[in-house]
Design a binder for this molecule. Structure first.
Ligand SMILES: Cc1cc2nc3c(=O)[nH]c(=O)nc-3n(C[C@H](O)[C@H](O)[C@H](O)COP(=O)(O)OP(=O)(O)OC[C@H]3O[C@@H](n4cnc5c(N)ncnc54)[C@H](O)[C@@H]3O)c2cc1C
Length: 431
């Protein structure tokens, strides 16, 4: 019997487990290390708030690349519907249990993995309870680092009781009709604002981020267009401002232009090379993110309404310090603007580096793994998702899926990318 270990049981861990079982050619047991009570939730799908919608239409959320309608049919949704995220974890759990041959096929170890050691014929994983496990292969599916107050913001320790680093539970200690400051203005910040402003009509929110950009809204889908940029264009040295002109020339059809690049984004990213990748990260990444990861129309409508009513303010400012102020909390920007709020929630998005990850950080430090390009995630061989060591040699018995591959693949956090990765790993583990 093959034994496969999976470290991390969020959406990616659960899906890769299902794919390994679906494609297995012999008896296979999967052990998933995941401290959360339920598999398949992770950071994205653990919300219990029905107001938090998927930001991809039901027709785009199949977990199986060869069955594009699979999620829509499961959810009995309209293809263009934006389904509550809470249902997606149920969907993945159903898929996992359907893929299991019997009740022993998947073992959920409710603990953190604290070390992963590749050995000549397999991989050893140690759990926090001291237990040691031997596997033929291991998939690292450790996902996003939990949100934290960004380094560089000075925080008076007395202000900490007013600050939440859990964007999905910000309102619990907020007084009724209170004023919430949210650090960040991306989709996670939108989640926090939705929960509060829908349920407390006297509450108000200020979102503060470096650029003050909100995600763009989805519009009714139109027929796709051919890719506007080819990998050859980029490999031959197309400058980034020329690439931007090509996308801008699409005018009102910018969504089609962005979506046309989706299938080849990992190849385009690799073709950019180190210097242009760095330029992109510095000047264009946030612009790319707000156009690529969009809001469901009903959410965009609510955001527009609250802004016009003055209940939601979105400002661009680099926050410098968080302090207390007469039983409230004060945020000050580097250019000396001041916001006073009852509470602050940190929704600045995931940290790309794995150096603070208790499992992957030490592996990178000792050279067993290497950081990915730009220091994002870990370096992987794109065709096999095997992580490489500091000399560039891929580990044959290890694979990485999801957010930790974003340095190498760039777009690696949404389900349409993760489902491809899970199917690939399922296929590679079989042989
Ligand atoms: C708020 C939000 C909304 C999103 N909405 C959408 C959407 O609508 N559509 C879409 O396509 N994509 C969406 N995404 C993106 C995507 O689906 C997620 O990025 C996806 O959840 C990634 O799953 P993951 O399992 O890799 O990571 P995570 O969800 O971060 O899960 C990782 C898991 O690993 C566990 N773990 C970490 N370290 C260890 C360890 N050492 N030992 C054991 N366990 C460990 C953690 O406990 C966690 O449960 C969203 C993402 C977020 C954050």
């Amino acid at each position: 019997m093959s034994r496969i270990g999976i470290v991390g049981g969020g959406a990616a861990g659960a899906l890769v487990a299902a794919q390994i079982l679906r494609q297995a050619s012999d008896a296979t047991q999967i052990v998933i290390f995941e401290p959360r009570e339920q598999l398949a939730e992770g950071s994205a799908y653990s919300t219990t708030d029905e107001l938090h919608l998927l930001n991809v239409r039901a027709s785009g959320m199949s977990a199986l690349p060869d069955q594009p309608d699979h999620f829509r049919a499961w959810a009995r949704a309209e293809p263009t519907e934006f389904v509550p995220r809470v249902r997606y974890a149920n969907y993945l759990r159903d898929l996992l249990s359907e893929s299991a041959v019997d009740s022993d096929s998947v073992v959920h170890v409710r603990d953190l993995a604290v070390s992963v050691t590749p050995r000549p014929n397999g991989v050893r994983v140690k759990a926090a309870d001291g237990s040691s496990w031997e596997f033929d292969r291991v998939v690292l599916a450790t996902g996003h680092r939990p949100p934290a107050i960004p380094a560089g913001i000075r925080v008076n320790p007395k202000a900490l009781p007013y600050v939440s680093v859990d964007p999905w539970a910000p309102a619990t200690s907020l007084p009724a009709g209170g004023h919430l400051a949210i650090l960040g203005s991306g989709l996670t910040a939108i989640d926090a604002a939705m929960s509060l402003l829908t349920r407390d009509e006297d509450a108000s929110v200020v979102m503060v981020s470096r650029n003050g950009l909100l995600p763009a809204r989805h519009v009714p889908p139109a027929a796709p267009i051919p890719a506007l940029l080819t990998v050859d264009d980029v490999a031959e040295g197309l400058p980034l401002d020329r690439a931007l002109q090509v996308v801008r020339a699409a005018g009102d059809d910018w969504r089609l232009a962005i979506d046309s690049l989706r299938a080849t984004t990992p190849d385009l990213w690799q073709a950019l090379g180190p210097w242009r990748r760095e330029q992109f990260a510095r000047h264009l990444r946030r612009l790319w993110d707000v156009h690529r990861h969009r809001m469901a129309p009903s959410i965009a409508d609510a955001i527009d309404r609250w802004r016009s009513e003055g209940r939601l303010e979105v400002v661009a400012a680099p926050i410098d310090s968080i302090d207390v102020s007469e039983g409230r909390v004060a945020l000050r920007s580097a250019d000396d603007q001041l916001w006073i709020a009852d509470r602050v929630v940190v929704a600045t998005g995931p940290n790309d580096s794995v150096t603070t990850c208790p499992l992957l950080g030490p592996l990178v430090e000792e050279g067993t793994l290497a950081s990915g390009p730009l220091g994002w995630g870990v370096d992987v061989e794109p065709a096999t998702l095997r992580p490489r060591d500091h000399r560039g040699n891929p580990w044959p018995q290890l694979h990485v899926i999801g957010p930790p591959t974003r340095g190498t693949l760039f777009e690696s956090t949404a389900m349409p990318e993760i489902r491809q990765q899970a199917a690939l790993i399922g296929q590679l583990v079989r042989v």
